[in-house]
Design a protein around this ligand. Structure first.
Ligand SMILES: Nc1ncnc2c1ncn2[C@@H]1O[C@H](COP(=O)(O)OP(=O)(O)O)[C@@H](O)[C@H]1O
Ligand SMILES: [Mg+2]
Length: 382
């Protein structure tokens, strides 16, 4: 199953289809608590069967945005629509949306199957149908053997799956997941991410997930909205967010990146030239950023796109800085070199360790050159 996800998901991009209508639509939604604006003029379309992630630091308005969709909060301004109709005035239970909460709040005195059945019982679904549905859900989250257990007799990961089964039991059109994996350790978290992706494909549902973990968002989502102070800063697929961040905020929030501030000196033929003072470096990037000569701009390049060498490049005048290695970090199969530049600041280069037995050619205190090509990064104007 998981193997087929890549190709399936790659082809899925209704947001690029001008005739496709979003399932969920936020239109200029504002949410104020007193004079504090928690959600600030958000307009966003989410498509049927999409796995959409809201990503941002704590307090940026992710949960509030989700609670408005679920009907637990109401917009101060603007409108939320589902399948073309306004949700205004609709109670949470009247919406084809289910929310799985940050702390998944299972009923401690109820067995796994009773927890899963709870919403269906409330809805007065016939008993036989409830039994069938609960069995289906247990199978889906692979907990058939645990049906009679109480939550405290389960591991964290199992409890999480019960909560998931409970929120899926009513077959909502849209499932809202607020930091669903927050309580899990890293390994279980990663496994569960793939299970979520499988489930979402299998059920053909629309998932909206809130997370502050950028890796998680990058793994599960078709598209990501990066938020800051109640605003959407960028909405795009994971690779675009990573490779073409639209601002320093997004570039910095997602992964590691070197950012150099400079002044634009020329724009010609798809090339932007910049001069930076600290570090002192001339920069040429292939980019069509909307900037002008004389303006301040920022060049951003990921450490894995930076080449590190003892030897000076052939052309030392452009996209090249030099300094001294002052730290080397190992992250799995990658070494990250932190280089103190001779004329100000630091720069990082990441190099894949081809083999563990190979002697590292570059060590602490070595003098090195760092270079990058004109297509290795982006020019940012904000
Ligand atoms: N009911 C409320 N009353 C007052 N302030 C609130 C309320 N709910 C959320 N907030 C504030 O709105 C901001 C966004 O909160 P939230 O949406 O929970 O952020 P996130 O989920 O991104 O961490 C926070 O500053 C929070 O304190
Ligand atoms: Mg939250």
């Amino acid at each position: 199953m998981a193997k087929t996800l890549g190709p399936v998901r790659r082809k899925f991009s209704p947001w690029n289809d001008p005739t496709a209508k979003p399932l969920i639509e936020f239109r200029n939604v504002v949410k104020r608590f007193g004079d504090f604006t928690a959600v600030d003029d958000v307009s966003l379309g989410i498509y049927e069967r999409e796995f959409f992630a809201l990503l941002g630091p704590s307090g940026c308005g992710k949960t509030t945005l989700m609670r408005m969709l679920a009907g637990f909060e109401h917009p101060s301004e603007g409108e939320i629509r589902l399948a073309g109709a306004s949700l205004a005035g609709k109670q949470p239970y009247e919406r084809p949306v289910n929310m799985m909460f940050q702390s998944y709040a299972l009923f401690p005195h109820m067995s796994v199957e009773k927890n899963i059945a709870f919403g269906l019982v409330m809805d007065k679904m016939p008993k036989g149908e409830i039994e069938t549905r609960v069995q289906e859900m247990l199978k889906l989250v692979k907990l058939e053997k645990f049906a009679k257990r109480k939550p405290h007799q389960l591991s964290g990961g199992q409890r999480q799956r019960v909560a998931l089964a409970r929120s899926l039991a009513k077959r909502p059109k849209v499932l809202l997941l607020d930091e669903p994996l927050g309580a899990l350790d890293k390994k279980l978290r990663e496994e569960t991410q793939f299970e979520l992706m499988d489930l979402q494909q299998e059920l053909g549902m629309t998932f909206l997930i809130v997370t502050h973990d950028q890796e998680e968002a990058m793994t599960v989502a078709d598209r990501i909205a990066v938020m800051d102070h109640g605003k959407l800063i960028q909405v795009a697929g994971p690779s675009e967010i990573y490779e073409q961040p639209n601002s320093r905020y997004v570039a910095d929030f997602i992964g590691d990146i070197n950012i150099v501030e400079g002044r634009v000196t020329a724009i010609d033929g798809g090339l932007i030239r910049m001069e930076a003072a600290a570090p002192r470096v001339s920069i040429v990037m292939e980019d069509d950023a909307a900037t002008s000569v004389g303006a301040t701009a920022w060049m951003a390049v990921r450490p894995e796109k930076v080449r590190i060498s003892h030897d000076a490049p052939i052309e030392t005048g452009v996209n090249a800085v030099h300094g001294e290695v002052w730290d080397i970090g190992y992250i799995g199969d990658t070494s990250v070199y932190h280089v103190k530049l001779d004329d100000g600041g630091t720069f990082r280069a990441a190099v894949a360790n081809v083999s563990r037995t190979v002697e590292r050619p570059i060590g602490w205190d070595d003098r090195v050159w760092l270079t990058w090509s004109k297509t290795a990064g982006v020019v940012l104007t904000a």
